[in-house]
Design a protein around this ligand. Structure first.
Ligand code: K1U
Ligand code: ZN
Length: 171
């Protein structure tokens, strides 16, 4: 297993639609394991393959951040096949450093995907787990949580990120 670099907003892979996983082969299993290590090291509660610069439809989610192995979800080709209600909640993103904001998401979702054995699995989730699953599926479609904010907020965030990038370059 190896930790991979997490790419940051502005990188073209984050804005592209990821390709479906065709076979759960050794390469996908290794990518999934690397993503879990990267997620726990970050630390974070969700990660999508485009965030490690791989344009494949693979996500990992772990609300326990490695504390409870039963909480780990690895899904290839996840699809949201049911959604109910709406909730406003705070989000962050490992690819959008130091920015958090409130986003409206379904309160409840049903997600279908493949596990690492190739079995079809359905997950029903609510609240934070539903939110993180939606956030990660958005990554596979080239959508960042900041894209779901108002144009005004998005403009302010882009300005802040440009300033941080300039400050980092000068330091
Ligand atoms: O996809 C990502 O960029 C990861 C992101 C997932 C997410 C968090 C909150 C709401 C929606 C989606 C993160 O994990 S940001 C870091 C974070 O929230 C966290 C980190 C350590 C412990 C607990 C939470
Ligand atoms: Zn994210």
């Amino acid at each position: 297993m190896a930790s991979r670099e997490i790419i940051i907003i502005g990188h073209p892979t984050l804005a592209a639609k990821a390709e479906p996983v065709k076979d759960i082969d050794g390469e996908i299993v290794r990518l999934a394991k690397d993503m879990v290590e990267t997620l726990h090291g970050a630390p974070g509660i969700g990660l999508a393959a485009p965030q490690v610069d791989v344009g494949k439809r693979l996500i990992v989610v772990d609300l326990s951040v490695g504390k409870n192995k039963d909480d780990l979800i690895v899904l290839a080709n996840p699809e949201i096949i049911g959604r109910e209600s709406k909730a406003l909640g705070e989000e962050g993103c490992l690819s959008v450093p130091d920015i958090r904001d409130k986003v409206s998401r379904p309160y409840w979702v049903k997600v279908r995907g493949l596990d690492l054995e190739g079995n079809v699995i359905d997950i029903e989730a609510e609240d934070l787990l539903a939110r993180v699953l939606c956030h990660e599926v958005d990554h596979l479609d080239g959508i960042l949580f900041v894209d779901r904010l108002s144009p005004l907020k998005r403009g302010l965030i882009k300005k802040k990120l440009r300033k941080s990038a300039g400050d980092a370059k000068r330091a």
